[in-house]
Ligand binder design. Structure first.
Ligand code: DER
Length: 223
C-alpha cells in the first residue's frame, strides 16, 4: 500500500471536517486509523464528538484514543470517514479489512461520506477483486454465480489461523476478481441480488469527498 505519510495526510485532512457535537462514522483500515487518532487529539483539545465504529479494529482504536462511542443502531451519523482499496471517480471497492458490511451501513447512512486514501488507491476504473461477504452455507452457490458473472471467486484464507477469514458478523469472504469493471452499478445490483450474499465491496456513488494524501500534502475532490 501507499506510504504512511500519505495515509496520515489523508486521514488528518478528513478529520478537519469534524465539527463540535458531530456523530462521526469511524472507518476501518490503516488510513482511517489516522483520522481516528486525529479525532482523539481534537477531543483532548475539547471537541465534543461521538464515534460510531465500523469494526472490532476501529472500535478498539477509538477506545484507545479516548473517542466516546455509540453504536450504529442508536445514533444518526453526520459524517463518515473511511478508507478504500480502490477509488475511481465516486465509486469505491472496499473490504480489504473484511469490514465492508458494517462500513457500508455507516458510510451510506451518514449525511456526508469522506473517503481517505493514498495515491496507490486511485484508478481510472475499478479493477481490483471485489470482496463479497457470504453466509458460510452459501459459499459454493455464491461462488458459482460469481463465475457465471465472469468473476474468479477465491475464499479469503486467514493468515494467523488455519482456515478462512471469519468476519465480525461470523461470515466468510470471497475475493472476486472480475478484471476492469465497466458497469459497477450493474455488477453491484447482481451481486446484491444473489442469495447468500450479505454485502459486497462495491460502494457505488456513495462518496461525497475524496481526500488523497501525498508525500507533501493532500488533494480533496468531489466526485
Ligand atoms: O476494509 C476496508 O474497506 C478498508 O477501508 C481498507 O480496505 C482500506 O484499508 P487501508 O486504508 O489500510 O488501505
Amino acid at each position: 500500500g501507499g506510504s504512511d505519510a500519505a495515509k496520515r495526510a489523508a486521514g488528518e485532512s478528513a478529520a478537519e471536517a469534524v465539527e463540535d457535537g458531530m456523530v462521526v462514522g469511524l472507518g476501518t483500515g490503516s488510513t482511517a486509523a489516522h483520522a481516528i487518532r486525529a479525532l482523539g487529539r481534537q477531543i483532548d483539545d475539547g471537541l465534543d464528538v461521538t464515534g460510531v465504529p465500523t469494526s472490532f479494529q476501529s472500535r478498539q482504536l477509538a477506545r484507545e484514543c479516548g473517542v466516546p462511542l455509540a453504536e450504529v443502531d442508536e445514533a444518526s451519523i453526520d459524517l463518515a470517514i473511511d478508507g478504500a482499496d480502490e477509488v475511481a471517480g465516486g465509486d469505491l471497492i472496499k473490504g480489504g479489512g473484511a469490514a465492508h458490511a458494517r462500513e457500508k451501513i455507516v458510510d451510506a447512512s451518514a449525511d456526508r461520506f469522506l473517503v481517505v486514501a493514498d495515491p496507490t488507491k486511485a484508478a481510472e476504473s475499478l479493477s481490483v477483486p471485489v470482496p463479497v461477504e457470504v453466509l458460510p452455507a452459501a459459499r459454493t452457490t455464491v461462488a458459482a454465480t460469481v463465475e457465471e458473472l465472469g468473476g474468479d471467486p477465491q475464499l479469503r484464507a486467514a493468515e494467523r489461523k488455519d482456515g478462512p477469514v471469519v468476519t465480525d458478523n461470523g461470515n466468510l469472504v470471497l475475493d472476486c476478481a472480475f478484471g476492469p469493471i465497466e458497469d459497477p452499478e450493474r455488477l453491484a445490483r447482481r451481486l446484491a441480488d444473489t442469495p447468500g450474499v450479505v454485502e459486497h465491496g462495491l460502494f457505488v456513488g456513495l462518496a461525497d469527498e475524496i481526500h488523497v494524501g501525498t508525500e507533501d500534502g493532500v488533494t480533496v475532490r468531489e466526485p
